[in-house]
Structure formats: structure tokens, C-alpha cells
Design a protein around this ligand. Structure first.
Ligand SMILES: O=c1ccn([C@@H]2O[C@H](COP(=O)(O)O)[C@@H](O)[C@H]2O)c(=O)[nH]1
Length: 237
């Protein structure tokens, strides 16, 4: 079975994605397609990845009025992704609409809601977003509302996983980006953790991007992340 580790394909074109995956022998690994690649390549990248048996997380973080999200989700479902997402800040009616869009297409995709981006820190939460609760309480509440609205899980940082599992149950998926190996730079991320910490906290799925894609030897780094994840023990049992 594949480890639940999605590689963020934050590249500009199908050709770049293909050379990353082919040159480094990353055949069939689960991949995340975000705004950069989807907005430039659309259907072409999805068809390429499906032909090559990559499970796809379509990370487009929909956030709009319920009717628009419903219609958009119906279109995205046709790409047969394994995971899609919306921003939890869109509210319960928007999340329900996203779920209904997937149901309308008999989609098997998991619907996740982004709680607070892993680039956001406590200061930004308070001074820019004017959220008075701390990060953990805010994310926990967004997770609860998302679950009540039909989401299958959330996108959050590793730090909030234990409280989400306590509130929403072990079966509610937590997907955590912001993964860095010990001593790696954080780039624009603020709430980061290692693959081992993610597993120990109870995270179900991790996303790894620049730690792998910007490495001299992407395959070797991807493999070390897989090993670190596999050797760590989880609290989810
Ligand atoms: O809260 C979020 C939601 C999504 N992301 C995405 O994950 C990857 C992380 O890339 P790194 O290079 O490992 O930092 C990226 O595609 C983001 O769009 C996130 O980081 N945080």
C-alpha cells in the first residue's frame, strides 16, 4: 500500500511535472495539483497523471457563494480526484453545497476543508483576520463546523491534529501540509512539523513540496520522508 504522502507538484507545466516524476523515478506516487499547475494546464495535467496511475489531490481551495461552489465541484468531480477541498471560512452552506456537488456526480473524492493556512501564525490571526480565539481553538471550531456540514476531514497544521481528533473523532481525516525535515528552512510556512511528528500527532495524510522538489536528489529525500513516516508510531489506533 502507498504511504499517505502527497507530493505537491508546484511546477509550471506538464513537461516540468513529467521530468520531476520520470527523472526521479517517482512513478505512481500520490500527487497534489494546486492552483499554479491546474490554472496553466487544466485537463492536460490531470489526464497525464491519471494515465500514469497517480492518485490526485486537487488542491484548488474553493471559496465562493454556495451555488458557485456546487457547480464548480460538479465540474471538478469529473476529473476523478481522490481529494478535493474548499476553505472552511466559506461557511456551512458552502461546504454542504460542495458535498452535494460531489454527490451529484457520484464522486468518491474526499472533501476536505482548509481551516487556517499553515502560513498563518497567531499574530496574523489576531491582527489581520481579527479572530480573537487562539489558533488551536479556531481550527478546532472550523473542523467541527466542517464535519457538521458534510466534510470528510480538514487541512490543518500538525499542531492542531490532536485537538481535532478529540473533537471530531479518529475517523475524521486530517491532512497536514507544512512538512519539513529537521533543520530544513521553513520558506513561507509558519506552522511546520517533521514527518515523524505528523504521524505521532495522528495526522492521516501529509503533503510534501519544496523539501522534495527543490532537493538535489528529490527521490532520495522523498524516500527518507517515507521512511521517517513509516518508522514513526501513530496515536490513531
Ligand atoms: O494550509 C495549507 C494548505 C495548502 N498548502 C499547500 O501545500 C503545499 C506545501 O508546499 P511546501 O513546499 O511543502 O511548503 C503547497 O502546494 C501549498 O499550496 C499549504 O502549504 N498549507
Amino acid at each position: 500500500m502507498q504511504p499517505p504522502i502527497y507530493l505537491a507538484l508546484d511546477v509550471r507545466s506538464v513537461e516540468e511535472a513529467k521530468s520531476l516524476l520520470d527523472n526521479h523515478n517517482l512513478h505512481g506516487v500520490p500527487v497534489k495539483v494546486g492552483m499554479q499547475l491546474f490554472y496553466s494546464e487544466g485537463r492536460r495535467i490531470i489526464e497525464y497523471l491519471k494515465r500514469n496511475q497517480h492518485p490526485i489531490f486537487l488542491d484548488l481551495k474553493l471559496h465562493d457563494i454556495p451555488n458557485t461552489v456546487y457547480e464548480a465541484m460538479r465540474r471538478l468531480a469529473q476529473y476523478e480526484p481522490s481529494i478535493v477541498n474548499v476553505h472552511a471560512a466559506g461557511g456551512s452552506r458552502m461546504i454542504e453545497a460542495a458535498k452535494n456537488g460531489l454527490i451529484g456526480e457520484n464522486s468518491q473524492a474526499q472533501l476536505l476543508a482548509v481551516t487556517q493556512l499553515t502560513s498563518t501564525d497567531e499574530t496574523m490571526l489576531e491582527s489581520e483576520l481579527l479572530i480573537e480565539k487562539n489558533m488551536e481553538e479556531t481550527v478546532q471550531h472550523y473542523a467541527y463546523v466542517s464535519q457538521q456540514s458534510g466534510a470528510d476531514g480538514v487541512v490543518c497544521s500538525v499542531h492542531e491534529v490532536p485537538s481535532i481528533k478529540q473533537t471530531c473523532g479518529l475517523g475524521f481525516t486530517t491532512l497536514t501540509p507544512g512538512i519539513r525535515l529537521q533543520n530544513d528552512g521553513h520558506h513561507d510556512q509558519t506552522r511546520v512539523a517533521t514527518p515523524a511528528k505528523a504521524k505521532e500527532a495522528g495526522s492521516d495524510i501529509i503533503v510534501v513540496g519544496r523539501a522534495v522538489t527543490q532537493a538535489k536528489n528529490p527521490k532520495q529525500v522523498y524516500q527518507s520522508i517515507v521512511e521517517e513516516w513509516s518508522n514513526a508510531s501513530t496515536t490513531n489506533s
